[in-house]
Write a protein that binds this ligand. Structure first.
Ligand code: SF4
Length: 367
């Protein structure tokens, strides 16, 4: 069987968050003679698994990359993308690979933003008329050659499927989401880090492995493009898209962040949305104006948590999905809408001032 056949049989999907079939993507890359960009940026807030793969499995990651370009590296380049100044970038540079240094902004590691950067443009998402694996165009009309972008964990899994076979791969996970996968757990936990797991395990097991703060009440699933859950709801779910979909989520990029119970959760969300408002690449009106408007609406909710403020957040979040060239605004809207639902019981305590006071000066750090 060919590599593509093996990957199809294994059911490997991209581990960066989109969960698209890796076999389909690699077949298209082969058909179009695509260059390869390995995304090791950990672009989602709270993500750390790309760094973990680079640190612990770089040889297999490189093997996966070589498999994808089919041994014809002279014609098809392989570049490894990591955030400028990061430890991952330093490790890749020390290993002597072709490093693509990426600015530390949220959308800079979006698939087409990496392709644009690799071809000498800005690290901003491209307007897509067709998948970038078939080629694209800069805003100034210059042609962009066919390029496939694959996440670092995905390529490590490609090497594993080639080494151990599709049967081995499918011995982990569920029928719908097969294979081993990584999850980064952070926030108010005693043991933050990257866990090796698979879909279908109880979410409670993942939380307990990281030892969350006893009073922890909320957990973010999927970062800025994900959802918020109460810890009690999370403990009743399996780590699977089938379960998380009931709350609007998915396993996505494999990110769990336990919120600090000593902080007001409305304020934590307020900071995330303020961060998002500054991260739009400023190319699409609904995103450029809509994300800051959503952030401002949440500010008003935190200041006066009444029904009118709730409706305003809901209205602004409802205006964003499907309106940008990339999925950034969709993710932010999903996160805000989920937080609004999950924090509804908290609003009364917030209105009376009995929730924890916001910490002045606390800021979100980009992964
Ligand atoms: S949706 Fe926002 S982040 Fe995405 S390309 Fe448009 S302006 Fe940039």
């Amino acid at each position: 069987m060919s590599l593509v056949d093996d990957l199809h049989a294994a059911g490997l999907t991209g581990r960066g968050g989109a969960a698209f079939s890796t076999a389909v993507k690699i077949r298209a890359a082969h058909d179009h003679g695509a260059h390869l960009v390995v995304n090791a940026c950990d672009g989602e807030l709270g993500a750390g698994k790309d760094a973990w793969v680079v640190e612990h499995h770089l040889d297999e990651l490189a093997r996966g990359a070589a498999l994808v370009v089919g041994g014809r590296r002279g014609r098809r380049s392989v570049r490894f993308a990591a955030h400028r100044g990061s430890r991952t970038a330093a490790l890749l540079a020390a290993a002597g690979v072709d490093l693509l240094e990426v600015p530390g902004r949220y959308v800079s590691s979006e698939e087409t933003a990496l392709v644009s950067l690799a071809e000498g443009g800005l690290a901003r998402p491209l307007t897509k008329r067709r998948p970038v694996v078939t080629g694209g165009q800069h805003a100034d009309g210059r042609r962009i050659p066919a390029t496939v972008v694959l996440n670092a964990e995905t390529l490590w899994r490609v090497a594993q499927v080639e080494a151990h076979g599709p049967g081995w791969f499918r011995s982990f996970g569920t029928a719908a989401e097969p294979g081993p996968r990584l999850v980064t757990v952070s926030g108010a936990v005693l043991r933050p880090g990257v866990l090796e797991t698979s879909a279908g395990v109880p979410l409670a097991d993942l939380l307990d492995a990281a030892s969350p703060a006893p009073a922890a009440a909320h957990v973010g699933v999927g970062g800025l493009g994900g959802i918020l859950l109460t810890v009690s709801d999370a403990r009743g779910l399996r780590w699977s898209t089938a379960d998380l979909a009931h709350h609007g989520g998915s396993v996505g990029p494999g990110v769990l962040e336990v919120l600090d119970p000593s902080r007001c959760p409305l304020d934590v969300v307020r900071e995330r949305l303020a961060y998002a408002a500054g991260e739009s690449a400023g190319q699409c009106g609904p995103c450029m104006f809509g994300v800051p408007a959503l952030s401002a609406a949440w500010d008003r909710l935190a200041a006066r948590p009444d029904a009118a403020s709730r409706d305003e957040v809901r209205r602004h979040a409802g205006l964003l999905p499907g309106r940008g060239a990339c999925r950034f605004p969709d993710g932010v809207a999903r996160f805000a809408a989920s937080a609004l639902t999950v924090l509804a019981p908290h609003l009364a305590a917030h209105a009376t001032g009995s929730c924890p006071r916001p910490e002045v000066g606390h800021r979100v750090q980009h992964a």
